[in-house]
Design a protein around this ligand. Structure first.
Ligand SMILES: Nc1ncnc2c1ncn2[C@@H]1O[C@H](COP(=O)(O)OP(=O)(O)OP(=O)(O)O)[C@@H](O)[C@H]1O
Ligand SMILES: [Mg+2]
Length: 248
């Protein structure tokens, strides 16, 4: 994926199985948001493609959009609306109707802890509550696939735990891709992890598989945390790139 001459993603390829939670981690500017914007059809890739629920994002973008709930880095909220009004609006736009309409509204209100601000204008609620409203709009139509860009950013510690538990409980029925800078979060929620840096996949797999890779490379610690793995894989790459260019 190119932004002008900036290569934001380069030969990035990964798969997520139904019911699986995939965690995307990587330093600032690694390409996580770009990957998510391509998957959600907000960005057109300069090369390559992707499939969601077996539908190609370039051939069937509308069908793909219907199947996805997306929480972008900055939630797309209408500040002049009340929380309830806004979510009703999104539910209508997402074709949620009949009995399902009030069921889904009540469900997201409770699941995302929105009761205290339900009748408040979005302009007047705090950052953490705005994030929860953003999550609620991603869930309102009960999508098969959830793509969450830093879903717990800006939340207080208790709410972070609440949202983590919510994500875990949703995973039984949904496929989830999420990004985060909190490595412990990926460790506890994700079934598989993709580590991305400078637009390329550094490594991917289960925590155990990543730990094994680092051990093979000679990091002796027996119980490697994702933080150890992250540092080992990213610094190994840096040191490699510092090696002098060999001349013949
Ligand atoms: N609209 C844009 N125009 C030009 N370059 C962009 C644009 N959006 C992102 N980039 C560049 O693409 C690269 C990947 O950015 P991206 O936002 O995908 O990273 P990220 O992994 O989500 O980072 P963060 O952890 O900071 O959210 C960076 O080099 C960034 O500067
Ligand atoms: Mg990002």
């Amino acid at each position: 994926m190119l932004y002008g001459s900036v290569v934001a993603l380069d030969h990035v390829s990964f798969q997520v199985q139904a019911g699986e939670i995939l965690g995307l981690v990587g330093p600032n500017g690694a390409g996580k948001t770009t990957a998510m914007r391509i998957l959600t059809t907000f960005l057109y890739p300069s090369a390559g493609t992707a499939k969601i629920d077996n539908l190609d994002i370039l051939e069937h973008p509308l069908e793909v959009r219907k199947r996805i709930g997306y929480l972008p880095e900055t939630a797309p909220l209408y500040l002049d609306m009340q929380v309830e009004e806004y979510l009703q609006f999104v539910a209508h736009a997402r074709d949620v109707s009949g009995k399902n309409f009030s069921n889904r509204l009540h469900w997201v209100r409770d699941a995302c802890g929105l009761k205290p601000v339900w009748k408040h204008p979005i302009s007047e609620i705090s950052k953490g509550f705005r994030q929860r409203v953003g999550l609620a709009q991603a869930l309102i139509h009960d999508p098969k696939v959830l793509i969450l860009d830093e879903p717990t950013s800006g939340l207080d510690p208790l709410q972070i735990i609440g949202i983590r538990d919510l994500i875990k409980s949703l995973a039984k029925k949904k496929t989830i891709i999420f990004s985060t800078h909190i490595l412990q979060e990926v460790e506890t929620i994700a079934d598989r992890i993709v580590i991305i840096n400078e637009g390329r996949i550094v490594s991917q797999g289960t925590l155990e598989a990543l730990a094994q890779e680092v051990r093979i490379k000679g990091e002796g610690k027996p119980d490697l945390t994702l933080e150890d793995i992250f540092i080992a894989l990213l610094t190994a790459k840096k040191e490699k790139s510092k090696e002098p260019i060999k001349t013949v």
